[in-house]
Design a binder for this molecule. Sequence first.
Ligand code: FMN
Length: 347
Amino acid sequence: MRLQQLLGTELPLIQAPMAGVQGAALAIAVCKAGGLGSLPCAMLSVEAMRKELSAIRAATDRPYNVNFFTHTPPAPDAKRETAWRAALAPYYREYGIDPHKIPAGPGRAPFTAEAAEVLAEFKPAVVSFHFGLPSAPLLEPLRAWGAKILSSATTVEEAIWLEAHGVDAVIAQGAEAGGHRGIFLSDDLSTQPGTFALLPQVARAVKVPVIAAGGIADAKGAAAAMALGAAGIQVGTAYLLCAEATTSAVHRAALKSQAARHTALTNVFTGRPARGIVNRVIRELGPLCPAAPEFPLATSAIAPLRAKAEAEGSGDFSPLWSGQNATGCREVPAAEITRAIAQGLSR
Ligand SMILES: Cc1cc2nc3c(=O)[nH]c(=O)nc-3n(C[C@H](O)[C@H](O)[C@H](O)COP(=O)(O)O)c2cc1C
């Protein structure tokens, strides 16, 4: 089956869900342009999720995707939190931040029964996951209304695992991709191939459609992915400068500068490896810092530094998520990015 039939879209193109830099507006724009717009929910409360979903439903009757992380929240580890705050102590002094006043707490929530209940009010056509899949009972209600289930694979093994657990399509996320690695069967980053090494191997290993993600920034990249066996593509970074995205000013400035040529996989912002533009905190503490608490607990201690630095116009402590190929980023409406990239997709 062609991906368009599975997703109910005109184009085999998914706008990658990007928590923290977009809400309903970007999803709506891409849906209207014929792609599959996505709403990331990892950083939304249940009330915020309902508000964003209502906005999408009011704006379009086209299919859309709702995306969740599926991690198991870790038990807080006081020793690690202390070590992490000690690593950040010089920065707290520099910015005049009282570390005793920083609340500990999670920064990103996984998919829950409560989130599934909100989804049931909207019955989205597609639900995608990152870091594997939630438990079978949590997926049951989604299947009951016919939602297509997608998830990211970063290795051939993960793709085979996802197919065996019933996904309708696999997103092959190459190492070039911006944001969090979807890695879930291992924590060994040396297992992570680039898109054009991963994609043909995954396409050979599974029968479900394979969606290529990571480094696709223009029509030629899209055509190359299709030539290597992709049924469609998922594009994130190229949308980050669109007016419909909520990308911060410091993030936009970094994407437009030569700094965007140097990205790294870092755990300093959340505790889990994610690709972002190298900035001061990555350079000085990372890119991979053993003191960083488990995902998502690293977030809270760094949040006040980020706020203070951003208020001064600096992205030194911000997660400047970006893939390795930011050349597709343009300050144009998301529909224009969608149409331009879609020229490389044979239909
Ligand atoms: C700013 C940003 C945030 C992201 N957040 C999410 C997310 O919330 N959920 C998810 O499944 N993937 C997320 N990703 C990863 C994308 O799904 C996708 O793998 C990636 O954008 C593809 O590579 P590209 O950025 O080179 O296009 C994010 C990527 C970026 C750039």
